[in-house]
Design a protein around this ligand. Structure first.
Ligand code: CTP
Length: 401
């Protein structure tokens, strides 16, 4: 776990019985060579004393936003800048709620707002509090913002109940922290310092308030690419259509519904991106008129007039300072020719061609087999799961850059 050596970690402790485990966690992080500064909320101090953490971390413990002496020694903004990582363990339901709403009403929540370092939280609470929709919604928001959720584990709880809500064990937290820092390490990944924007999933084009035109895209390939881009050290943004895919830890997710919505989000983020990958199955057409009321089945036959949607990737590739632009060509026939045509017409740097007529690969499958085509070469990637294909694609993209 060398990735913890000399890393500056703020260990945030909030009010919960699991705070006693954080004493052990402090010791373990120190053993791995990390420089740990503990920040406690008022609730945390009801469970364990700052003195314990001061002794274990070898650093003064901070617990107040408005303490003049502490501010004079290392102000809260300075502390936020100092950190390579903020790890909040245990993170109480109350703290998760405050973090998800951007509160700055104590030192720890203020540091989380003021830092540019990655943030990881290890929830710990009663299992019903964890299951509560409010807590789940707060965690969903945090994940979407790229905050890493570590756990909780399942098992016996201090309150006598059993279920999800136990804080992860110190050993697990140490290794999760090390891998988070590894992913953010400049030497660790070929795409460190690069910004990757990926479109994923289908779009939906409304016919009336309850019906839409869409397609079978699952978003699996796009999310696999996002995981691979993150592992390669890239800042990763996923612009997703309506799909049920877990947001990878550390990625920013922007949810969109229509092609126009995905177009707007893409054109907002692509100009500052180094790489733009379009895996989304964007609806080429949308109904010209969206009926204001539910369309009733009175007529024997109806026609729907469709109009062309903007071509997102072509618009990105036409930007004055375009990112390295990678398209996907899903075809049912004449795969290579159609893909080459799209590479040229849309002015892409690379196109990944896949045969969606095959049921063992493509749209809803976990497997894929693709041909990567650039202006001067072809490369076949043999059938493998989408994560493996994604890793190979990210390697190819990184070396093409
Ligand atoms: N694409 C896009 N915006 C669109 C349509 C497609 O960004 N409005 C992107 C896709 O994400 C993919 C590439 O363009 O990376 C090729 O998509 P595909 O659907 O295969 O091609 P189309 O241009 O839509 O052409 P056709 O449907 O005629 O095959």
């Amino acid at each position: 776990m060398t990735h913890l050596a000399q890393k500056k970690i703020i260990l945030g402790i909030t009010g919960g019985i699991a705070a006693y485990k954080s004493a052990e966690l402090t010791r373990r992080l120190k053993e791995q060579g990390a420089d740990v500064r503990v920040v406690m909320t008022p609730g945390a101090k009801e469970f364990i004393t700052p003195l314990t953490f001061q002794a274990l971390s070898g650093n003064p413990v901070s617990d107040s936003l408005l303490d003049r002496d502490a501010e004079a020694a290392m102000g809260h903004i300075e502390l936020a800048r100092w950190a390579d990582l903020i790890l909040v363990a245990p993170a109480s339901a109350d703290f998760l709620a405050r973090l998800s709403h951007g509160f700055a009403n104590d030192l720890l929540s203020t540091l989380c707002l003021a830092t540019s370092a990655p943030i990881a939280v290890a929830p710990a609470m009663n299992q019903l509090m964890w299951k509560n929709k409010a807590t789940q919604a707060n965690c969903h928001t945090l994940k979407q913002r790229g905050i890493l959720l570590l756990g909780p584990n399942s098992g016996d709880q201090a309150c006598g109940e059993t279920g999800l809500g136990r804080m992860m064990e110190p050993d697990q937290l140490v290794s999760a922290t090390a891998s988070l820092l590894r992913n953010n390490d400049p030497q660790a990944g070929p795409l460190h310092g690069k910004k990757v924007v990926i479109t994923a999933g289908p779009t939906r084009e409304a016919l009336d308030p309850i019906r839409f035109i869409s397609n079978h895209s699952s978003g699996k390939m796009g999310f696999a690419l996002a995981r691979a881009a993150l592992a390669a050290g890239a800042q990763t943004i996923i612009i997703a259509g309506p799909v049920y895919q877990e947001t990878p830890n550390g990625a920013e997710r922007i949810n969109t519904v229509t092609a126009k919505g995905m177009y707007r989000a893409s054109l907002e983020h692509a100009p500052s991106a180094d790489i733009f990958i379009a895996t989304a199955a964007v609806a080429d057409y949308r109904p010209l008129q969206i009926a204001g009321q539910k369309i009733k089945k009175s007529a024997k036959q109806i026609s729907i007039e469709l109009t062309r949607n903007p071509d997102i990737i072509a618009a990105v590739a036409a930007l004055p300072e375009k990112p390295f632009t990678v398209g996907f060509a899903a075809e049912t026939n004449d795969l290579i020719n159609y893909a080459k045509g799209k590479l040229q017409n849309k002015k892409l740097d690379l196109i990944v061609a896949n045969d969606v007529a095959r049921s063992d690969i493509g749209f809803n499958s976990d497997q894929n087999a693709v041909t990567v085509i650039s202006a001067d070469k072809h490369q076949n990637l043999a059938q493998a799961n989408k994560d493996q294909i994604a890793e190979q694609l990210i390697k190819i993209i990184a070396s093409a850059l």
